[in-house]
Write a protein that binds this ligand. Structure first.
Ligand SMILES: [Zn+2]
Length: 384
């Protein structure tokens, strides 16, 4: 084999591997979502990608599509919960959309001659601190930090035009919950970031001590130059399960710092109820909070169109081919068999028809099994 062919083969294998990895990631997302459903049966996440959408009082059909560019299969006609904190499936979608928005803003700002710095704020905490309490204090401290006159001076010095704040939490057995914020600062003046960081440190320390939190110099604050949107995204990539999954093996090996979705993964792997308790504590504190906050006017400055779910869904189906419509009774079987993601796998690797056959065959086997069980029971009772 000549080297070009070898290379092509290698590329093919890498792509296949990626394809499989993406499918595995989807399987994991759906499985994790099912766990959340058990923990929060009355939240919207419990019906996400399960219940049908009603359009003008009638149910929309459940359709399966295949994206033209990526060849990925997906459903339409189903409710989505849109919860970035609770739902692993929605979180992946939403974070991808937000990633693109951020990228656009970063690029535009730099084209206009601006610069970006990445500020991380956190504080000291202990293993048994209640998340609810420390989160509350943290948000109070952040507010104080940004609202005083001293911060106004820094703002003027930097020529700060706006910021995007991402709220995040990780967990470790040694130190408990670790809430922190990553803030992208959009600024225009030439400044020494080390000097700015020193000034901010003094302010942050003061703000924290006012609410009863402590920080240390090394971990409490950091300010770095943000060369690329990727840097920022990598910093707060923990919000999106997809990003995490691409390096899931590293995470699992390290096993030190867990993201909330790691609680679900770990529960899947170990069935240790402790992870569910941790997830519940996290979710109850975070649901309803804004994950990503753009300062006023910043988004508009970069002429970003706000799209709602409906618009996005429409956009998505415009770029995809329709594979088929799923009968509601078959959909119920898919749910019962817990095969929402496996059905999509089959649509991608085989065909829509084979995917349907798989569901029907499984059902047939189950019925057969149940029948023979009944017959056996009958026989036994006759013998008596
Ligand atoms: Zn959802």
């Amino acid at each position: 084999m000549d080297s070009t062919k070898e290379k092509e083969k290698e590329l093919g294998e890498v792509e296949l591997e990626l394809d499989e990895r993406l499918r595995l990631a989807r399987t994991e997302r759906y499985a994790c979502q099912s766990i959340v459903r058990e923990v929060f049966p009355s939240e919207r996440v419990a019906i996400c990608l399960r219940n049908r959408i009603k359009v003008f009082n009638e149910y929309d059909g459940i359709k399966v599509w295949r994206h033209k560019k990526t060849s990925k299969a997906f459903y339409s006609g189903l409710m989505v919960c849109g919860s970035v904190w609770l739902c692993p499936v929605c979180a992946a979608k939403i974070s991808e959309r937000r990633r693109r928005e951020l990228q656009q803003a970063f690029e535009q700002h730099k084209k206009d001659g601006g610069q970006i710095a990445l500020l991380t704020l956190t504080f000291s905490h202990k293993r048994f601190d209640a998340l609810k309490d420390i989160l509350n204090l943290f948000s109070k401290a952040t507010e104080k930090f940004m609202s005083g006159r001293a911060f106004q001076n820094i703002r003027a010095e930097m020529g700060l035009i706006g910021r995007v704040r991402a709220l995040e939490v990780t967990y470790s057995d040694a130190n408990g919950f670790h809430p922190h914020a990553h803030i992208a600062l959009f600024y225009t003046n030439k400044v020494n970031l080390n000097d700015i960081e020193e000034q901010m440190y003094v302010l942050w320390k003061k703000a924290c001590s006012k609410v009863g939190l402590t920080i240390d110099r090394k971990h409490g604050i950091s300010l770095e130059k943000g060369e690329k949107a990727d840097d920022y995204i990598a910093k707060h990539g923990k919000w999106g399960i997809d990003h995490e999954l691409t390096k899931a093996h590293i995470k699992k090996a390290k096993f030190k710092s867990l993201t909330p979705f790691d609680f679900l993964r770990n529960y899947l792997a170990t069935e240790d109820k402790r992870y569910l308790i941790l997830f519940k504590e996290y979710a109850e504190c975070f649901k309803g909070k804004r994950q990503l906050q753009w300062s006023q006017g910043l988004k508009q400055k970069f002429v970003m169109e706000e799209k709602n779910d409906e618009q996005l869904a429409k956009e998505q189906t415009e770029q995809a081919d329709l594979l088929g419509l799923i009968d509601y009774w078959i959909w119920k079987d898919i749910l019962k068999q817990n095969k929402r993601s496996y059905f999509l796998d089959l649509c991608e690797t085989k065909s829509f028809e084979e995917a349907l056959e798989n569901i029907a065959e499984y059902k047939k086997q189950r019925i057969k099994k149940a029948k023979s069980l009944c017959e056996e029971l009958d026989r036994k009772s006759n013998i008596k």
